[in-house]
Structure formats: C-alpha cells, structure tokens
Design a protein. Sequence first.
Length: 81
Amino acid sequence: MSKMNSNKETLETLIAQINELLNGIRETQKNTQKTMLENHKVNMQKFNKLIEFNKIADMTNTVFEKRISSIEKLLYEIFKS
C-alpha cells in the first residue's frame, strides 16, 4: 500500500510539474504573439512611409523628365537653325 501511495504522489508531482511547464509555455506564446502583433504594426507603418516616399520620388522624376525634355527640344531647335 505504501508503494502505491508513493507512486501516486510521484505521479501527482509529475503532473504538477507538467502543468507548471505548460503554463510557462502558454505565457511565452502569449508574449510572442503580442510582440509579433506590435512588430507587424510597426512594419506596416514603415511600408506605408516607403510607399509614400516612392510616390514622391516618382512625382519628382516626372517633373525632371518634363524639364529635361523641354530643354532637349529647345537645344534641338537652337542647333537645328
């Protein structure tokens, strides 16, 4: 009978340790998920900024292309005459 009680206590101790480890894993997963969500939010903000900068760069390039084109036309007309 004593051996049976000892085995039961050992099993209960092991179950308690397993539950403790599982709780630690759950907590770690919650923290990881929270961190991932925060990082995702920051990354999306950075991507939006990059998209905005690219649009500005495209607009700037368009303006310069038009100016260069008009300068080329003027130079062509000057040298053509």
